[in-house]
Design a protein around this ligand. Structure first.
Ligand code: ADP
Ligand code: NI
Length: 218
């Protein structure tokens, strides 16, 4: 890329920031601007290690939660909003298609979505999943549970699977339902290394949580 092309890309990134900030302003479910900013930085770090296109990764990371169902009337309405923004700011149709494809297929969806096709998609998906792990991931999980009025833990397994569902599952349940599975779902080698360490922190956290819960920590 020429210097001039680089300047155009930098300008697109710079314009995406305030758009995303404004879109996520009122979110308290773990999709705040600082989540986006961490996913962007993680994406750039992984992209550098894996040889992915840093512009595509950064732009997709910045826009990845704007289309989230939790913030829109529907997933399609959210995707349309992102596409409108891209059509206004990006002239290369291949970039628009690539970023839209990443955002549309990125969510966890119970691990049921098809695998990411491009390296850039794999990088951004890894970065988003990494932010659900480790100390940050633990904090986000309890924030989310709190925002839904869910309990942090209920020791009765049956209770947590049936009657309990109406009130939302507990934060601790979410570790088993999703978070502890993510390390084995990483796409790239570098993200897997980072995930390994964050996973260990969660395991240690859970061990100590149960010790204190059962009052046998000494
Ligand atoms: P993202 O779009 O960043 O992948 P999600 O919308 O899946 O994130 O969730 C946002 C944050 O809330 C994540 O840290 C996730 O682990 C947490 N979270 C999602 N669902 C639950 C739940 N049922 N209980 C507790 N935490 C949850
Ligand atoms: Ni996210």
């Amino acid at each position: 890329r020429t210097e001039q092309q680089e300047a155009i890309l930098a300008d697109i990134i710079q314009k995406a920031e305030p758009f995303v900030q404004q879109q996520l302003e009122h979110d308290h479910s773990g999709h705040d601007w600082f989540h986006i900013d961490r996913v962007r930085k993680l994406s750039l770090k992984i992209a550098a290690k894996e040889g992915a296109d840093s512009f595509i990764c950064e732009l997709a990371a910045l826009l990845h939660d704007v289309a989230d169902e939790k913030l829109n009337d529907s997933k399609q309405a959210g995707l349309d909003k992102v596409e409108q923004w891209l059509l206004l700011h990006v002239s290369d149709p291949d970039v628009i298609t690539h970023v839209m494809t990443i955002i549309a297929t990125m969510s966890y969806n119970g691990g049921q979505n098809p695998p990411m096709e491009t390296l850039e998609g794999q990088v951004v998906q890894d970065a988003d999943r990494l932010d659900a792990l480790g100390a940050i991931g633990i904090a986000r999980t309890f924030m989310y549970a709190g925002s839904k009025g869910s309990m942090m833990h209920h020791p009765d397994k049956d209770f947590s699977q049936h009657d309990y569902r109406a009130a939302g599952k507990s934060a601790i349940y979410h570790f088993y339902e999703k978070l502890l599975k993510l390390k084995d779902l990483m796409n790239t080698a570098y993200a897997r290394e980072l995930a390994e360490v964050r996973h260990q922190w969660m395991e240690m956290y859970l061990e100590q949580f149960y010790r204190e819960w059962n009052v046998d920590d000494k």
